[in-house]
Design a protein around this ligand. Structure first.
Ligand code: AMP
Ligand code: ZN
Length: 468
């Protein structure tokens, strides 16, 4: 079966053919650890998690590498603005190292709650300074760099096809990135590889280098670490769409400049999560976190389910109303699954042909550039299918949850506030249905009681009930 992905590089849904058969090298840009991850960031990480699990579902062996940015990221994503880590440190009166540790830990706690699997390798920028220096040396040997006012720059005019990923003209790129005039640059789009003589003279994170004491430019870490851990040929590189024009464009220039050949085969980008007021921004401090959603009574998996309801390439508008709808939807789905799970008959025989047919259908959906909406339709078809017994249904739900990761096999807690009025109404309706030999309705009501974890007791005095 072929797997298709939308490739930013070709602007096309391409068939996925990795460099090495059966294996995937995947690199995803990780968090800048100067504040909590907001739910917009986490939408991108959920997309990447689903992508990885989908590839694994269709039997690829995936090596997933993700960086943690703990140095060099300025407010602008380019070479302007304040250092994000230093800003975090002064905001909280802590050292940059304390800030980095705290927010890295909190990021992975959020990921855990959202069932985002930890990458095969997580690598911090500050642990890879030598790899970055070596990459600059290579670029220097090949004539891509110049030193100006103490900083080392990448000269984009030396790199053929600098705009191929962004797919727009140099002028549009310049206009889009609103670059401050920097007299040290030959071309305003040139970018810093190594800062030595910048405005951050009191920067705490500094290292020795052939060009003087300083620190690396932000883009460099992703090129250096992905080449180190995955090699010179990378199958998939992901991130949010904001990274296309600057960060990923600069990564391509650095990596392909140093390697002398094409580097990434498939670039995949998640669209933004937006709120009514526009983009959710970490730097303004005005954003929603997983902890905030929990405070408001939502579970992290409600949010995962909310994200899975829309295509990763479409902008997603966040409102609490739509999150509430997702919460209700997930609850209903889990209740339906719970009623299957508690009614499994151990003597049921599993028909492998029937289950593998559904697995195949599910695989076709996720292989179509992650068509998760259709994948959910397959799940609902399974739950509705009278030809499947409960054991077969449970096997399929468990299998699909390898990708969806919504804890579908954990039985739904029934609200502790039992709706007595509803129960009494249903008991009367069940008695009427039985009296009129409407066995279908009587069975339906019985199933509703199973879902609610309510046991009925038929006695001489009538029907009573208790919670199981
Ligand atoms: P950062 O920690 O700012 O470097 O961003 C981490 C990831 O989140 C990157 O892949 C960004 O492209 C992505 N991102 C940033 N803002 C949003 C948003 N509002 N919606 C979706 N992804 C985002
Ligand atoms: Zn990156």
């Amino acid at each position: 079966m072929s797997f298709y992905v939308y490739n930013t590089l070709t602007r096309n849904k391409d068939e996925f053919i990795p460099y090495k058969e059966g294996k995937v090298g995947m690199y995803t840009c990780g968090p800048t650890v100067y504040n909590y991850a907001h739910i917009g960031n986490l939408r991108t990480y959920i997309f990447e998690d689903v992508l990885k699990k989908s590839l694994e579902y269709v039997n690829y062996k995936v090596k997933h590498v993700m960086n943690v940015t703990d140095v060099g990221h300025l407010q602008s994503d380019g070479d302007e603005g304040e250092d994000k880590m230093a800003l975090g440190a002064s905001r909280e009166h802590k050292t940059v190292w304390e800030i980095a540790k705290f927010y890295e830990d909190s990021f992975f706690e959020d990921c855990k709650k959202l069932n985002i699997k930890r990458p095969t390798i997580v690598c911090r920028a500050t642990d890879h300074i030598q790899d970055m220096i070596d990459l600059i040396k290579k670029l220097e040997e090949k004539g891509y760099t110049y030193v100006s006012n103490g900083n080392v720059y990448f000269e984009i005019d030396k790199f053929e096809d600098y705009t191929k990923l962004a797919n727009i003209s140099i002028d549009e790129l310049k206009a889009g990135s609103r670059i401050e005039i920097d007299p040290n640059k030959k071309n305003p789009l040139d970018f810093v590889l190594w800062f030595t003589n910048s405005k951050f003279s009191n920067q705490i994170m500094q290292w020795e280098s052939p060009w003087g004491r300083g620190f690396p430019g932000w883009h460099l870490e992703c090129s250096a670490m992905s080449i180190k851990y995955i090699g010179e040929y990378l199958d998939i590189h992901c991130g949010g769409i904001d990274h296309i024009a600057i960060h990923h464009t600069n990564e391509v220039a650095q990596s392909e400049g140093a390697l002398g050949h094409k580097w990434v085969k498939y670039w995949m980008h998640a669209e933004f999560l937006v709120v009514d007021s526009g983009k959710m921004s970490k730097s303004t401090g005005d954003f929603l976190t997983v902890a905030k959603l929990e405070e408001e009574g939502y579970t992290p998996l409600d949010y995962r389910y909310f994200c899975l309801q829309s295509k990763y390439r479409k902008q997603l508008v966040f409102t609490f109303e739509s999150l509430t709808d997702a919460k209700k939807g997930l609850k209903k789905l889990k209740e339906r699954i719970s009623s299957v799970l508690i009614s499994i008959d151990e003597n049921d025989i599993v028909n492998a042909e029937k289950t593998s047919g559904y697995k195949e259908k599910f695989a076709v959906c996720i292989s179509d550039d992650l068509n998760i909406a259709n994948a959910f339709t397959v799940l609902f078809d399974v739950l509705k299918d009278d030809e499947l017994n409960n054991k077969e249904k449970a096997i399929l739900v468990e299998d699909f949850d390898k990708v969806l990761s919504l804890d579908l096999m954990t039985t739904q807690d029934v609200d502790s506030n039992v709706d007595e009025e509803l129960i009494n109404k249903l008991i009367i309706e069940r008695a009427q249905a039985r009296a009129s030999k409407n066995w279908a309705r009587a069975d339906e009501i019985r199933n509703e009681f199973i879902t609610m974890n309510i046991e009925l007791l038929d006695t001489k005095e009538g029907t009573t009930w208790k919670k199981k």
